[in-house]
Design a protein around this ligand. Sequence first.
Ligand SMILES: [Zn+2]
Length: 313
Amino acid sequence: MLKSIHAALAMSVITLTALGASSAFAAPLKVVASFTVIADFAKNVGGDRIDVTTIVGPDGDAHVYEPSPADAVAMAKADIVLVNGLHFEGFLQRLVDASATKASIITLTKGVTPIDFKPEFADADAAEGAGTGGGKTVTDPHAFQSIANARIYVKNIADAFCAADAEGCVSYQTNAAAYTKKLDAVEGEVKAAIASIPESKRVVITSHDAFGYFEHAYGLTFLAPQGISTDSEPSAADVAKLVTQVKLDKAAAIFVENITNPRLIEQIASETGIKVGGTLYSDALSQPDGPAATYIDMMHNNIRQIKGAILGS
Ligand SMILES: [Zn+2]
């Protein structure tokens, strides 16, 4: 009996000590990430000093996402909100307004060199509708598809966390440096994978133009019937034009994307006789048990799918 009382007392001393120790640290930073890629970067930089809530989840489409009341609650409670910017998150301003959040909104493409998108197949009217005021070019928001840009996102996240939590700054910078080294290694693998594909075969088809930065950085050409957003359907003429291009042997492989309906790609595949090569992860990561649960896994998956479809390996 006495022994068990001692044990109970010892337990409560341990509990109190643990509580005392944890209260010596600041509570975790409450971070909202607009979508899964940013959430993954934030976890790699923040570790257990942060709590991350993701607005557009796995396989979600940020272009057409409709925020929920729970998103507004998370925004209202946040210390920091991390967003892509370049009009990727069409829902963002409505959500900021609805939540009346006092959080700092950090745009992670700050410092990225934006790429203009010139519609090749997608309707010029659709591009105008995306807010160019009548011009035919719009800024491509998918900057995270270049690993060089991912390094900029990671640096911007570390800077934002340091500004909000000076005590954790060394930890954030150490984590960011370690993760950046991993990104460097993956970039080497991507370049080697593309180099192994004959130049004449470096043209592939996806449903929407999410890979402009990948194309620019690594030299693989992507054709897409839909423009840089998924919010409009391509015209029959655009699809016919793409089918003609494919029949002229201009594309070596065709892929569906995790965030878009595969119907259009399946139609193009059946009209051209090219087999669908697999799924590329464009604007969102997969579920945790899927093939692209992290940004690095996404890059690995995409180059494996592309190489496999083109080279048949
Ligand atoms: Zn997109």
